[in-house]
Design a binder for this molecule. Sequence first.
Ligand code: SF4
Ligand code: SF4
Length: 149
Amino acid sequence: MLAQKVTVQYPDEKIELPDRFHGRFELDADKCIACMLCANACPNKVIQMERAKVGKKQYLTKYVMRIEYCMFCGLCVEACNQDALHFSKVFNMNQYFRQKVRLILVDRPVPQEEEAGEAADVKRPATEGTAGAKREVAAGRSAAKEGES
Ligand code: SF4
Ligand code: SF4
């Protein structure tokens, strides 16, 4: 009776959630390499993903979580070695219609190979610079041979 109250008048008042709270999922699509480690780690088969091969890489096109079967155990987040999947502090995920419960984190078309190539160029400037330099050297050699003949 004399102890301090722990209840609050939600939603007018909210308690501070801990940093490691397991709330709604967030996916950083730029970091995700569509490796499926998270989907394979899930015991309830909550995660469904679609991917396409663009150039030499896998590209994530769709990432859906059947959140109604999720235990929020965190095995999927732990399995991700790209630091792409996280929990947020959002816990209010109720929906009026069942079909809206599913969490669609990514739904995007397959990019053209040129776009994917440009993205790869941005990520690997040093490698491409070396390759470009090699190409220039090769072009220079062939021009010199033409000049000799
Ligand atoms: S938190 Fe657990 S149950 Fe939910 S999607 Fe991740 S691995 Fe599956
Ligand atoms: S484990 Fe991480 S990088 Fe791999 S598919 Fe899942 S979210 Fe993407």
